[in-house]
Design a protein around this ligand. Structure first.
Ligand SMILES: Cc1ncc(COP(=O)(O)O)c(C=O)c1O
Length: 404
């Protein structure tokens, strides 16, 4: 008789966004006339930039001719894309990263969930609390997190680093030494970030204790302040302690196109074992490459036209962020984030729990947001709104909230 991976049975409840979807669909069924504005899930709304669409069309045509047809992509990704990444995302920022340290993938969700498998099961992970749920859940599935305590909503074998308004959402070094440290900066869900100097302290810490930082930079394009690092490799010593995950979902609207990459420097060594070689092996065995058409689309994000168009798109969303932030402040809310990230993190009013505020906002303003507690126990009492809606909907949502 077969046996299942029991670790899956340990996962508590259903995934945050499916709970939200169920609540919203129950509300819509009961109130079919209400116009709901969705500022919950972090999905983009603006169409793909023209320069990218043009590149994709061209690539589609190439696939229709024997001379220009492309089958399986090279394991690490096409050189044209990896070279563009090195030039634009690293060299231009003074980071020493080479093309054979870049692994092109179908996005940062899969990479951030899969990267843990090259590490031993008895490694201890440290995560920010609140946190992007994928980091913890993928470690639960692997059997690394110990026992779940339903009262505290924490795992016995996970180190939590609370990020709240009290510490300005800056994680502090944990008392217990971790092996793998997940950092997502700028942060989902809080929309906040840390300075380059603070990130340097984390790099120094990781090098000192022999830990690896799994650095999720999915929101890098939204950084507006000059003292914030765009890549962890801007910090000295990061090549010996950091893996960086990138996504085209939020800077180029590729949530439905699917493209990302992971940087595994060759300096990452555990004894004789090279993490770069291990990830290459993993990639080669378990992944057959992002589509040629999509990698050409990725390359087009680095063309002069592509860059200009994406800059506009990011500015569009950041205008939404500013609209939400100032609107909520005017309405008397305590608000964080929205300066270097497309997320606004607000303190729920009147000591409401995150889910109470979710229901209140859905019922009274017909707005869908995300309860902070869904991202971890220290997210309780907070609420996330995204700037990824249309400008019109964002303005309408704020008007509704002001009338509450
Ligand atoms: C922190 C973080 N990492 C990764 C992802 C997923 O990125 P991708 O669409 O490339 O899988 C998201 C998406 O919301 C995210 O918020």
């Amino acid at each position: 008789m077969y046996k299942i991976n029991d670790n899956y049975q340990k996962l508590p409840g259903s995934y945050l966004f499916s709970t939200i979807a169920k609540k919203v669909s129950a509300f819509t069924e009961a109130n079919p006339d209400k116009n709901i504005i969705r500022l919950g899930i972090g999905d983009v709304t603006q169409p793909i930039a023209p320069a990218v669409i043009e590149a994709m069309h061209k690539a589609v045509d190439e696939m229709g001719h024997a001379e220009t047809f492309h089958g399986y992509a090279p394991d690490l990704g096409y050189e044209f894309l990896r070279n563009a990444i090195v030039e634009n995302d690293y060299k231009s920022r003074g980071c020493d990263i080479s093309a054979d340290e870049i692994f092109v993938s179908d996005g940062a969700k899969s990479d951030s969930a899969n990267i843990q498998e090259i590490f031993a099961i008895d490694n201890k992970i440290a995560v920010c609390d609140p946190v992007y749920p994928v980091y913890v859940d993928s470690n639960v599935m692997a059997g690394r997190t110990g026992v779940y305590d339903t009262n505290t909503e924490t795992w016995s074998n996970v180190i939590y680093m609370p990020c709240t308004m009290e510490n300005n959402f800056v994680p502090e070094f944990p008392k217990e030494t971790p092996d793998l440290i997940y950092l997502c900066l700028p942060n989902n869900p809080t929309g906040t970030t840390i300075t380059k100097a603070q990130l340097q302290e984390w790099v120094d810490y990781a090098n000192k204790v022999g830990a690896i930082i799994l650095y999720d930079a999915a929101y890098e394009a939204y950084i507006s302040e000059s003292n914030v690092a765009h890549s962890i490799y801007e910090c000295e010593g990061a090549r010996t302690c950091a893996i960086e995950l990138k996504s085209y979902s939020k800077n180029a609207g590729f949530t439905g196109v699917r493209l990302g990459y992971t940087v595994v420097p060759k300096d990452l060594k555990c004894g004789d074992a090279s993490l770069n070689a291990m990830w290459a092996r993993r990639h080669g065995t378990k992944f057959n490459g992002a589509p040629y058409i999509v990698q050409r689309a990725g390359e087009a994000t680095y063309s002069p036209e592509g860059k200009a168009q994406l800059k506009e798109q990011v500015a569009y969303y950041m205008k939404n962020a500013a609209t939400i932030k100032t609107g909520l402040q005017d309405a008397g809310f305590t608000v964080f984030g929205g300066v270097n990230a497309p997320y606004i993190w607000l303190k729920t009013p009147d000591k409401m729990t995150s889910w109470e505020f979710f229901d209140y906002l859905l019922e009274n303003a017909n707005i869908v947001g995300t309860p902070g507690s869904g991202f971890g126990p220290h997210g309780e009492g907070y609420f996330r709104l995204t700037a990824f809606g249309t400008y019109e909907n964002t303005v309408a949502a704020i008007e509704r909230i002001k009338k509450l």
